[in-house]
Design a protein around this ligand. Structure first.
Ligand code: GLV
Ligand code: MG
Length: 303
């Protein structure tokens, strides 16, 4: 793992070309905001957006929010310029670069190497972290090597939008995968991403949810992702931030239950037993691990 985990319950996307939206993003309570140089920017604006993004990261008050950009994919002509220009201009005001459409570990090495040279040249006092988007079928096939490709890597994001296109899914106005498919059409991909992320000790973030006018459906999507082990979800609209922050934080009842499980297990252990119960439910070493996950998350969010 790159460093101490940081909260990522909500990752708010904001087009880097639209400086009118920056102040609202900075004032939001998102754990991470990324100014998007990729698909939210028209191709003609991708170069001019770099300076706007870097200046906003440097000049606005972002509070505790992690400041990120999403660069263009490394097989586009924009990729090197995105990294060089934003890092040179934003310097320590840039915490994280999100790399989209990652297909192989070497895509991450390319960004990592460029960053190492830049940090050295500019004398930066802080290392820039990376997140990658798994949104190509090739990326999902190689996710095991990708999650171990760099010690800058703190999170992997499942990108259902591009992934469905990459898979050739017949998603259209007559077929909404959330409404018309029994179960979760992306369950296999979601499961594979979370297992890879956890095995490498990094965070997994769930996909954007396009219908920002449906908070109830977004909340359900957050809760399902949280149940699988995802620690956060994209927000494509500021109104989704609070919903994600709530859904991915353990509740007071969960924290209290975890505390009781740990206490009961330790008591059983001291008495030479490997298992006990809390409220009529078995508590053994596996339950202790669940309780520790909840407590770790609660501690992370306390700060
Ligand atoms: C995100 O980039 C997605 O394609 O879902
Ligand atoms: Mg995408």
């Amino acid at each position: 793992m790159a460093s101490t985990p940081r909260p990522r319950r909500s990752e708010l996307a904001t087009p880097a070309s639209n400086d009118g939206m920056f102040a609202k993003a900075a004032a939001s309570d998102a754990d991470l905001v990324f100014l998007d140089l990729e698909d939210a920017c028209a191709p003609a604006e991708r170069e001019s957006a770099r300076g706007k993004a870097a200046d906003a990261l440097r000049d606005l008050d972002w509070g505790r929010t992690l400041r990120a950009i999403r660069m263009n994919a490394i097989d586009t002509r924009w990729a090197y310029g995105d990294v060089i220009e934003t890092v040179t201009r934003a310097r320590e005001a840039l915490d994280v670069i999100i790399v989209p459409k990652v297909r192989r570990a070497r895509d991450v090495w390319w960004v990592d190497t460029l960053l190492t040279q830049l940090e050295d040249t500019l004398g930066l006092r802080k290392r820039i972290a990376l997140e990658v988007l798994i949104e190509e079928t090739e990326g999902l096939e190689n996710v095991g090597e990708i999650v171990r490709s760099s010690d800058r890597l703190e999170a992997v994001i499942f990108g259902a939008g591009d992934f469905s296109a990459s898979q050739g899914a017949r998603v259209n106005t007559n077929f909404d995968p959330v409404v018309d498919y029994p179960g979760d059409m992306w369950h296999y991909a979601r499961a594979r991403v979370i297992v890879a992320a956890r095995s490498a000790g990094i965070a997994a973030i769930d996909a954007p949810f396009p219908n920002f006018r449906d908070p109830d459906a977004y909340r359900v999507a957050c809760e399902r992702a949280a149940a699988m082990g995802y620690v956060g979800k994209w927000a494509i609209h500021p109104s989704q931030v609070e919903l994600a922050n709530t859904a991915f934080a353990p509740t007071t009842a969960e924290i209290e239950h975890a505390r009781r499980v740990v206490a009961a297990y330790r008591e059983a252990e001291a008495a030479g037993k490997g298992a006990t119960s809390v409220d009529g439910m078995l508590v053994d070493a596996a339950h202790l691990r669940h309780a520790e996950t909840v407590s770790t998350m609660a501690r992370l969010l306390e700060n």
